[in-house]
Structure formats: structure tokens, C-alpha cells
Design a protein. Structure first.
Length: 460
């Protein structure tokens, strides 16, 4: 059977970051490359998305739905809606959550699950009618069947650049951001084994694109989409300082009018002042560090292999290069105590950072952390089928015997109020935010952020 038309869906959820979905853009590009028609609906930004999904649904042989822990509830609702109107339409789910819990989604909500990275799998699925001969699938045939695992180590330089033309960049607004804003991924995989991270999609083998290949994509973004801001979403962008330096030199030479953000929490112990200086010259303005905790004991239990004593040196080197610094910090890990949460707040306050992202812990199914809580704690939500409300909701998702949810929530609010309501931090935050007031929407975001910190104990 030949597939002529495919619908890709990003389910709805609310969060403080609304970025163009890079995963679907890669999938769309892979499908488009083999001459198959693609339609993409991002339910987070499309008004009346249910009607748009059902309009002509019978004409699609299959519908692909991206699923992670914060979208699974919406994904299930969309699948049920499609099943009700068009029972013959094949539903394919993919993404980290679908890969981890496929046995809970087949056959009620999905006919097929792509396990792991899906670009090659989707293409094979379209071109091959025999599911048993397509690697990397779970599917229903009277029972759940698994095909051989697909190699996670996709040659990422052979992938087509993401098909951003399926998205309206104006709909992905965020206070203080220049539009158009696009995601850039220059590597896949991570060699570290932190128990809170999932490796289910890209594995532990780090594959890095060459500086020339990355520059080619940046050039493509600028010329085709007139991009003004790029969010680099690698797990380990600075892992190889020499590659970063080479890329930055090429960006400087190209003289783009671009601003770069490192939005994922990169390693906080990779200190290279030359690299930081080149990043600043290339247009990088913000770097997020994966600190996670202010307790070395907690860090060691996370298996993060990070010495907290190095972090201040990293922050100071970044500030010396005139880069803004954000800290990724978790509150309420299952082996925490009130003392370690207090240490984490004090540690974050001791660093000369511009921003701190305090996260209530989200235990992803498929991780050691999730299994630890399942064994010794109590989940407050069904994370498998109901999922988390959002990554930044500030609601505890589990309890341990020694650590109750209300205590965690108290320290979560303390963290935000103590970090952001210091006079020096208020001045710093206002200065940085007012520098990025491009329109009324940005002003509204600034006012809303202040309200969240003072009244709700949330982040700016």
C-alpha cells in the first residue's frame, strides 16, 4: 500500500515556553523528502484544532501523534476523537513517552508505536506495507508485537533540515524573544547516566554534527525563514569546546543578525573561557547550566558526576564573557530532605546568575528515577496515561514516606521568592527584561512574571 497523505499532530498542553516542535519538523521533512504530502497541526497554538483534525480525516491513511509526558492526556483525547469519527484511520504514536509505555497505548489509543527516533522508521513504514519487516515498531496484530530494535545512532548529518515551513512563527510568541525564533539541534545523545534523564530516544552515544553542517543549516534558516533568534536545544552543546569554537568562528565570519540561547541545561563543569568569549561574539546571549541541586550528596545520588565546587567558576567565566546565566534546579527529589532543599536554595542564591529555573521533579517513565519512586513512593497522578500537567506547573507528582508533597511545595515557593525577591536580583531582572521589551506583549509578560513570583511563588 502506498501512502499519499499523512497528518502529524502535536497535542495540546500549556506551559511557559511555546517553541516550534523540532521533532515534528524533522519527521515532516523526512516524509516530504520521499514525495508524500504532509499536514502538520500543532494543537498548542491552533485555535479550533479539533475541527481542523477531523476535517477530511478519512483521507489520511495514517495520523502521527507526538507524545511526551505532558502531552499524553491530550494525545489520548485526540486519538479517541479520531477513532470515533474515522475508525479505519491508522493512528501512529511516537516520542519518548510513547516509546516508554507503548504497551499501555496499544491497541486502545494507537495501532502502531515508533520506538525511539522516528525519522527513518516513518519513511520505512510508508514505503513498506509489511509491519513485521519495519524495524523499531510496536504494533497490534491480535496481540502486541515488536519488531527488531532500530539502531539509535542515526547518521544525523544525512537527515534533511527540519521542515519549518509547516509552522507559523508568529504563533510561537514568548516575552523578550525576537521573531522568527527557531530550534537548532547540533548533536544527539548524551554519554552521562543521570537517573532523572531518559535516553530512550537518542541513547548514550553522543553524535555531533560538524561545524560546517550546522552553519549550513543556520544559513538556510536565515535565508529562507529570516530567522532572528535561535534556541540551541542540544543536551550537551558545550561537550566539545573545540567544535563550539570552530562553529562560533564561522558564525562570526558570516556576520548574521542573530541571537542564540542555550535553552537546555548544559554541563556546569565544562569551563573554557575562550569558548565563552567566542560564543558571546557569535551572538550567544543566554546559557543555561544543569545544576540540579545544591547538595553534593543529592548530586551523587543522581549519578550526575558533577563537582558543585566547580560551578561558581563556570558562572563567573560566563559572566566575564558578558553572557547571561540561568540555572536549572530541581526541588523534591525522592532522596531529598528539608535540609538538602534548603541547601539547594542557598546554593542558587550564592551564584551570580541572572535567572533560576526551579523545577518540581518530573519522573519520566522509563527512567531509574521513575522506577525508584514506583518501588518506594506513591504517585499522585497516573503519569502513564494522565501525564504531568506541564513541566513547570509547580505541582508535586509523587510523595515519599519521609517527604510529603506539601513540604516540597513549600520549598518550591520559597526557592522562587527567596531567589527573585532579593533587591539585587529585582534590579538585575528588571534591567535584563526591560532591555528586551520589543512590544506590548513583552511588557505584559514582565508584569505577569512579577505577579507569579510575589503572589504564587512561581518563576519569572
Amino acid at each position: 500500500m502506498v501512502f499519499k497523505k499523512v497528518l502529524l499532530i502535536n497535542p495540546a498542553y500549556k506551559d511557559w515556553i511555546v517553541a516550534v516542535p523540532a521533532g515534528l519538523a524533522y519527521i515532516a521533512a523526512a516524509i516530504e523528502k520521499i514525495g508524500v504530502s504532509v499536514k502538520v497541526i500543532d494543537c498548542r497554538v491552533e485555535k479550533g484544532y479539533k475541527k481542523k483534525i477531523l476535517d477530511g480525516i478519512e483521507s489520511y491513511f495514517f495520523v502521527g501523534i507526538s507524545v511526551n509526558v505532558v502531552t499524553v492526556k491530550s494525545a489520548i483525547e485526540i486519538a479517541e476523537m479520531i477513532r470515533s469519527q474515522s475508525p479505519k484511520t491508522k493512528i501512529i504514536m511516537g516520542g519518548p513517552h510513547a516509546t516508554a509505555v507503548y504497551q499501555h497505548l496499544i491497541p486502545k489509543y494507537a495501532d502502531i508505536i515508533t520506538l525511539g527516533a522516528a525519522e527513518d522508521t516513518i519513511v520505512d513504514l510508508i514505503e513498506n506495507p509489511e509491519l513485521s519487516k519495519v524495524s523499531g515498531l510496536a504494533y497490534w496484530d491480535g496481540e502486541i508485537k515488536l519488531t527488531p530494535k532500530r539502531d539509535k545512532f542515526t547518521e544525523i548529518e544525512k537527515l534533511p533540515f527540519p521542515a519549518w515551513h509547516y509552522f507559523d512563527f508568529k504563533k510561537y510568541r514568548m516575552p523578550g524573544c525576537r521573531l522568527p525564533r527557531i530550534i537548532l539541534i547540533t548533536s544527539r545523545g548524551c554519554p552521562y547516566n543521570c537517573i532523572n534523564c531518559t535516553k530512550i530516544i537518542h541513547g548514550s552515544h553522543l553524535r555531533m554534527r560538524s561545524a560546517d553542517n550546522v552553519l549550513e543549516e543556520i544559513d538556510y534558516m536565515v535565508k529562507r525563514y529570516k530567522v532572528k533568534e535561535i534556541w540551541v536545544s542540544d543536551d550537551n552543546f558545550t561537550f566539545s569546546p573545540e567544535r563550539v569554537k570552530e562553529l562560533c568562528r564561522k558564525i562570526i565570519k558570516a556576520n548574521y543578525d542573530l541571537r542564540f540561547h542555550l535553552t537546555n541545561g548544559v554541563r556546569a563543569d565544562i569551563v573554557d573561557e575562550e569558548m565563552f568569549q567566542l560564543m558571546a561574539r557569535a551572538g550567544f546571549v543566554f546559557v543555561s547550566l544543569g545544576v540540579e541541586s545544591g547538595s553534593q550528596e543529592v548530586i551523587d545520588k543522581l549519578r550526575k558526576r558533577l563537582d558543585l565546587r566547580v560551578i561558581k567558576k563556570t558562572v563567573l567565566a560566563l559572566k566575564k564573557a558578558n553572557l547571561q546565566v540561568g540555572l536549572f534546579v530541581m526541588i523534591g527529589l525522592p532522596f531529598e530532605t528539608e535540609q538538602t532543599m534548603r541547601q539547594t536554595i542557598d546554593f542558587a542564591k550564592s551564584l551570580p546568575a541572572d535567572q533560576a529555573f526551579f523545577w518540581m521533579v518530573t519522573p519520566f517513565p522509563g527512567t531509574v528515577l521513575y522506577d525508584m519512586i514506583k518501588k518506594d513512593g506513591v504517585f499522585l497522578r497516573d503519569l502513564i496515561l494522565e501525564g504531568a500537567p506541564s513541566y513547570s506547573a509547580g505541582e508535586p507528582l509523587f510523595e515519599m514516606n519521609h517527604l510529603k508533597s506539601q513540604v516540597v511545595k513549600k520549598y518550591f515557593k520559597k526557592a522562587h521568592r527567596e531567589f527573585f525577591l532579593r533587591p539585587s536580583q529585582i534590579v538585575k531582572s528588571l534591567k535584563k527584561r526591560t532591555e528586551r521589551l520589543y512590544n506590548f506583549y513583552d511588557l505584559y509578560g514582565l508584569i505577569r512574571s512579577g505577579y507569579k513570583v510575589i503572589v504564587r511563588g512561581g518563576r519569572m
